[in-house]
Design a protein around this ligand. Sequence first.
Ligand SMILES: Nc1ncnc2c1ncn2[C@@H]1O[C@H](COP(=O)(O)OP(=O)(O)O)[C@@H](O)[C@H]1O
Ligand SMILES: [Mg+2]
Length: 256
Amino acid sequence: MKSKIIAILNQKGGVGKTTTAISIGAYLAKKGKKILVVDFDPQGNATSGLGVEDKSLMATLADAIDGHKKAEEVIYKTDLYNLFIMPGNARLASSEVELAGAQEREFALKNILSGLQYDFMLIDCPPSLGLLTVNALVASDSVLVPVQAEFYALEGLSQLLQVMQQIRSRLNPDLELMGVLLTMFDKRNSLSGEVYNELSSDFGEKLFQAVIPRNVRLAEAPSYGKPISEYDKWSKGARAYKKAAQEVVKRSEGYE
Ligand SMILES: Nc1ncnc2c1ncn2[C@@H]1O[C@H](COP(=O)(O)OP(=O)(O)O)[C@@H](O)[C@H]1O
Ligand SMILES: [Mg+2]
């Protein structure tokens, strides 16, 4: 079995990448899949959002990037069965600087993940198109792009697609766009509907049918260190992410 590796990427901050990684990871785990969330953002929000405290950790992803630890040594259990985290923290920022001078600098994450056996690995990317993100795109089979339903939502998307195209032509010919996931949708705001229509006409089938509503329970869950599936499974946000996770399974069937 080959692991399916998905980069969750948008170079903008605050669009729902981390929430998507944690929530979809949790629902895939609950469906019986073995899941690794890779926290590749120096902000470490996926790590804390899954209830793992940075101070308690012996080693993190930065140690694996630096070559001091093996992949298996920087993987931790979460409270949810089948859901594992490779934690990230501020040290990833220095790893990125050091990596810049290294040989095969674009392949560091791919090499770390390549020997691991999971059904899915979800890479929570930093909000940039720098070297860490390039590593994520080289390591991945496909890319899931959360897009926030707001005025500037589509700005930057063409640049993101361009970078993906460059990665395809130079470093990872098989990289696919899994899809675009609309987040923080507010049905009382006509702008949200406009963003939906625009994404639908630009991306067609690549737009996820699941739409993630703006939902306060999703914003609260990380402070309890729980995915939304455990924090409030009946909330609108939870139900939407459950649907999105089902779509991830369906959409990933093409990437072997
Ligand atoms: N659908 C949503 N409804 C309400 N708040 C959300 C939603 N998705 C994310 N948030 C909150 O918005 C902020 C940014 O989301 P986050 O997932 O951290 O984005 P990113 O990882 O892209 O920076 C966080 O405080 C998060 O809890
Ligand atoms: Mg984040």
